[in-house]
Design a binder for this molecule. Structure first.
Ligand SMILES: Nc1ncnc2c1ncn2[C@@H]1O[C@H](COP(=O)(O)OP(=O)(O)OP(=O)(O)O)[C@@H](O)[C@H]1O
Length: 299
């Protein structure tokens, strides 16, 4: 179990990227969903011990992550958002090199590790090819292979499906699902379906704060009765935007379907819908953007 308590991070320029984040992440796939700039990468890098938070504590099992970063690194697999330069080295040689860096000293152990991983991520046939020539999906699968060296118990993947075509995305998510059965996997993403498809638990991060946390199915259930839909003509959209809390628009058969958030029946032709995770997510972001109710705070 990974536990973050009251973690805040303020960058040198005053940006508060994390604001009192408290979160428990159990074994299995955990989705961290948030828009660009929410603080996801800051949180991932902090848990991965690449930066120290301004305040707060983080533990993984009996490891104090901030005080003992080297102990965490021994059991960590990390796939950063941007892997940086892709070398002209073959996938096999690069993995072998990274296995040396991870401390697998015996050549026989390394051979077994590298061969198993290349098969697991389905890159065995291209193991002799340079990573620089890999497609986006192949690079991400290579990224997972390097993250898995040494059987980590905590795996962090930061926005791994951005830019992948649907087939590669599917392949990558299936791979993650297999890995995620017995270890803690944190998947940071702004893509709602990644979380809906894979994660038994999730949190929404926006403006550096955790805005929502739970099991996707329960969160969808809780949102019941607050999401309403209506098909409108394109030119009615501005009016709907002004009068209601709009959470999404979608085109269907030439009409615009709008989903709005309302605790009471908005009437006016709106029908209640059983929202999906996307509605839950956008409704959470809409609530985050609401002006602070100063009267309620004062009461
Ligand atoms: N090194 C830095 N110095 C100053 N501000 C930073 C730094 N890194 C990130 N920030 C700011 O902190 C906030 C959170 O950024 P972060 O990259 O963690 O968000 P994110 O959710 O990962 O977004 P994205 O998906 O766009 O990477 C943003 O306002 C960003 O501009």
């Amino acid at each position: 179990m990974l536990e973050l308590r009251n973690v805040s991070h303020v960058y040198g320029n005053g940006t508060r990227a994390l604001d009192d984040v408290t979160l428990s992440v159990p074994t299995g796939m955990f989705g961290l969903l948030g828009p660009n700039g929410a603080g996801k990468s800051t949180l991932m890098r902090t848990v991965a011990t690449l930066q120290t938070p301004t305040s707060g504590s983080i533990t993984f099992g009996d490891i104090d992550v901030i005080a003992e970063p080297e102990r965490l690194r021994e059991t960590l697999g990390y796939l950063p958002q941007d892997f940086g330069v892709y070398p002209r080295v073959s996938a096999y040689d690069m993995l072998d090199h990274m296995a040396v860096l991870k401390g697998i000293a015996s050549a026989a152990d390394r051979k077994a590790t590298v061969e198993t991983l290349l098969n697991q991520v389905n890159l065995w046939n291209v193991r002799k090819k340079a990573i620089a020539g890999f497609s986006g999906g192949m690079r991400q699968r290579f990224g997972i292979a390097q993250a898995l060296i040494g059987n980590p118990r905590l795996i962090i993947v930061d926005e791994p499906t951005a830019g992948l075509d649907p087939e590669e995305r599917n392949r990558f998510l299936n791979l993650l699902a297999e890995i995620g059965e017995n270890v803690v996997v944190i998947l940071s993403t702004h893509i709602v379906e990644d979380v809906a498809d894979l994660c038994p638990r999730m949190a929404v991060l926006a403006g550096g704060k955790i805005r929502l946390e739970g099991a996707p199915l329960e969160l969808i259930e809780q949102a019941r009765g607050t999401v309403w839909a209506k098909a409108i003509a394109r030119d009615e959209l501005t009016d709907v935007r002004e009068r209601y809390e709009l959470i999404s628009t979608r085109l269907f058969a030439g009409r615009t379907i709008v989903h709005i958030l309302s605790e009471v029946d908005p009437g006016n032709g709106f029908e209640p819908v059983r929202g999906g995770l996307e509605d839950v997510y956008f409704a959470t972001l809409a609530r985050t953007r609401r002006p602070v109710d100063t009267a309620a705070l004062a009461a």
